[in-house]
Design a binder for this molecule. Structure first.
Ligand code: SAM
Length: 467
């Protein structure tokens, strides 16, 4: 049977989609290749959020086509995911060595299409059409891929995005919001837990919008089927997303629940209340703020103000004082003045994020921001990126230092990729911890004492370990 190598660019949703494609192929007897140099099929799962990510994937495919195909002309090459969706056939016109272009609603067709190409039944396949029900097709897991036991898994709960932030290409690459049903998601989570998973991260482009566009009667059916806890437990109206959290939280043996990525608009009192009520919901939140300036937030079409955002942070910290808060920030959005940028710096100082992913604004085709006046010169985008990065690093270093001497719970993921002699795990508030352990620790929840802090990493003492 053939072997496949999949390289993934971009977000955790993309990682999850790649895992589902790999699992689909493994289920048909395929093996996973260690690199593109030895694989029969090479797939690049792409990201379109910034131009840089697209250029990287295109450059990589050009190199593979030049190197790999030269010696092994039968190797099959494919693009999947967001760039495949937005560029479609154009990718084959540009790179004639590419055989397959698979859009974001078609991951579950990968195995069939590859069989057709390998058997010679079809030469080239481009499928970027919409497909009803595709949101429920990302469900296979590779838990035992490479014979390694994994205790943390990602579950895709929805696809698409309806926010239409003016900078963002995602609504065009992922389509309209479509959510799976609660019973379907709970069944997948239960199955994972029965296979040893202890931590589940619920995934979606905007998870807090989960179920908002589906018909109410589906939720009623779920409640009648006793998948959902009684509604009376809650004091205020509960969004479908919080109903889902409640239902997943009922699963015996599931120790940790996370979700990403939410939208600040989705942090109503019911979600804050969920943090206070649900002990297995980890005390970490990735809250993409994008800017600290109300003027820029409005231009971005974000739907909240700086004050509203600060209010959410305050409520979250009141509900869970230990909560780790991370964010995404765009610098150099069109029209962003020095004053606007100073407001972003002051927001970062006020919130004291545990980490922030900083993006230099990248114009994306067919997005309103790309046509806005006062595009910020590249040099200024770079300077602002650097200044904000220094501030975020300085704040994070202080916050990480505070962990030294504390006892924390971690879930051990496996050997560190930088130094395989060390094991790596995550705290409940999502900090990476390294310690001198061995494979017998993999998949265990354990407590250890933090002895020192490095750059966005904590180090634990293996001598003070309790399994
Ligand atoms: N759920 C997130 C939110 O609330 O906005 C969206 C996740 S998006 C796929 C990941 C991040 O990429 C965004 O939060 C944003 O900071 C960044 N991003 C999106 N479009 C961008 C662009 N055109 N230029 C630079 N960064 C961008």
């Amino acid at each position: 049977m053939p072997s496949v190598f999949i390289k993934t660019y971009g977000c955790q949703m993309n990682e999850r989609d790649s895992e589902a494609v790999a699992a689909q192929l493994v289920a048909r007897g395929w093996s996973l290749a260690k690199s593109e140099n030895v694989a029969d099929v090479v797939l690049l799962n792409t990201c379109s959020v910034r131009d840089f990510a697209e250029q990287k994937a295109i450059g990589k495919m050009q190199n593979i086509a030049a190197d790999v195909r030269k010696n092994r002309p039968d190797v099959v090459l494919g693009f999947m995911g967001c760039m495949a969706q937005s560029r479609g056939r154009e990718l084959i016109d540009k790179l004639p060595d590419v055989d397959l272009v698979l859009g974001t609603q078609k991951f579950h067709r990968a195995a069939d299409y590859l069989d057709e190409i390998i058997s010679g039944a079809r030469k080239k396949i481009v499928d970027v059409a919409e497909e009803q029900g595709s949101e429920a097709t990302i469900r296979e897991h590779l838990l035992n891929g490479n014979a390694k036991k994994s205790a943390a898994a990602f579950v895709s709960i929805m696809q698409g995005c309806n926010q239409h932030c003016t900078f963002c290409i995602v609504p065009a690459t992922r389509g309209e919001e479509r959510s799976r049903t609660i019973p379907d998601i709970v069944a997948e989570c239960r199955e994972l837990v029965s296979r040893g998973v202890k931590e589940i991260t619920l995934l979606g482009q905007i998870v807090t919008s989960y179920g908002k566009r589906e018909k109410r009667d589906e939720w009623q059916v779920a409640r009648d089927a006793a998948v959902l806890p009684p509604v009376t437990r809650h004091s205020s109206p509960v969004t479908p997303f919080v109903q889902l959290l409640d239902a997943v939280h009922e699963i015996d043996g599931l120790e940790r629940i996370r979700f990403t990525s939410p939208h600040p608009k989705g942090y109503g009192d019911d979600l804050i209340d969920a943090y206070a009520r649900l002990p297995n919901l980890c005390e970490s939140a990735h809250l993409p703020v994008q800017s600290g300036s109300n003027r820029v937030l409005k231009l971005m079409h974000r739907g909240y103000t700086r004050e509203k955002f600060l209010g959410i942070v305050k409520k979250l910290r009141a509900a869970r004082p230990e909560i780790g808060i991370t964010t995404d920030i765009i610098v150099g959005f069109p029209g962003e003045t020095q004053n606007d940028f100073e407001e972003t710096l002051s927001l970062a100082r006020e919130v004291e994020f545990d980490n922030a992913y900083i993006f230099k604004y990248s114009p994306r085709r067919d997005t309103p921001a790309a046509e806005m006046p006062d595009q910020v010169p590249q040099k200024i985008r770079e300077e602002r990126n650097q200044r904000l990065l220094e501030l975020v690093n300085e704040i994070a270093a202080r916050k990480y230092e505070k962990f030294v001497g504390r006892r924390v719970q971690i879930l051990v993921e496996g050997p560190s990729w930088k130094n395989p002699a060390r094991m790596t795990g995550r705290t409940r508030c999502n900090k990476i911890v390294l310690f001198d352990g061995s494979d017998r620790h993999r998949g265990h929840l354990m407590y250890l004492k933090i002895t020192r802090a490095g750059s966005f990493t904590l180090y634990g003492d293996p001598a003070i370990v309790n399994l």
